[in-house]
Design a protein around this ligand. Sequence first.
Ligand code: MEV
Length: 467
Amino acid sequence: MADVSCNIKNLELDFSFEILSLFFQVFNYMAQAVSGFSKKSKEEKIQWLADTYLANDKNAISVLSQYWNSNEKLQKLHDDFIENTITNYYLPFGIAPNFLINNELLTIPMVIEESSVVAAASNAAKFWLEKGGFKAEVISTIKNGQVHINYFGKSELISNFFSEIKPQLIQSISSIEENMKKRGGGLLDISLINSSEKLNGYYQLHCTFETKDAMGANFINTCLEEIAKTFERLAKNHQPFKKASSFPEIALSILSNYVPECLVRAKVECSVSQLSTSEIDGQLFAEKFVRAVDIAKTEPRRAVTHNKGIMNGIDAVILATGNDFRAVEAGVHAYAAKKGHYSSLTDAKIEHGIFSFSIEIPLALGTVGGLTTLHPLVKFALSILQKPSAEQLMKIVAVAGLAQNFAAIRSLVTTGIQKGHMKMHLMNILNQMEATTSEKEKTVLHFNKNTITHSAVVDFINNFAKI
Ligand code: MEV
């Protein structure tokens, strides 16, 4: 008995010691934490960073300042995009020419760090240019958002209430909608969805919108918050809820980045014989290609990488045109899993001697508002694309994804991916090694005929290129 009580005492002591040390740790972190940080000037922020994390390394500070723009107005514009900006982060802005899309020849701007993406897009564009190019169509442009509701009362009370007040909900956003309506957009409909079988007490107001050339996130969220406020206010005075002492409450209101009703399709096709090259017979190539897509349709592990390749093309155009690549990524991947398992976003088939390859993806994009009117390079990218409408941009982006997937699968089923990848990556290795122009030339020439690996390049530079 004495032993047990002694053990309990020890446990209590250990426990109080742990709490005490946790308290001191938190106290210590609080003392170190910086306050009022966002109010500091850019220089003060950098100095704090250098003192706190970089042992006041002057080199690190000068790296930051190297990336500042000498045009103060332009720099201020970039500083103001986010909070606590300390410098600019460059990504290469490349262009992929020769994209024939619905009989219009376009050059596609791409912002991406991965060395082979623009080259692959350009190759695919050229390949299909000679075969009639890409065809793309927008299937629908409806966006959506939800007011998520907690309600634990009788379902007929909330559905009667909704039917009664629906016109007032629509009316409540009339001033917010005014400009959007002038452009042909606005709220399309509101419906009440009872999801209480999936989650106890969970209902939603599912709202659909047309936002024309705007991505529409701010518009949709403002509408949803106003609809939510009106809903809650009217519910408080609704007699049946009062009588039952059970009122619906708003959990949250937000647009959805899953936009399966904002859909675009792009396609290429040609006769199988047109796919023949000096390296491979057209029929064999087409069969290998279709098989590769079928594998991605079947096996999620392959599908993720297959779709990642598609997103190489899509994200690059999304970034160049100032759109929200996180929203697009989230929505596209959800769409890839729409049948209950994650699958390929593209489809390929051979029918009556015709090879066809297509993509269908949800894309909520904007060509007005947001960064599109602010960022000079975004404006430039949209100018290259001949100032597209949101629908035109949807088609271009879908084509960029399809082209990228075509290039990847073509390499995968023929030469393997590394040949092209390493060729493009060679320059990164040479730059890492600070090779001179003549060393670069010699090395590139040598590796035209030899397999590129990091160690082979290092070895070649150290032993031959310097000679
Ligand atoms: C690399 O960024 C993309 C690929 O892995 C895509 C694919 O495997 O289809 C080459």
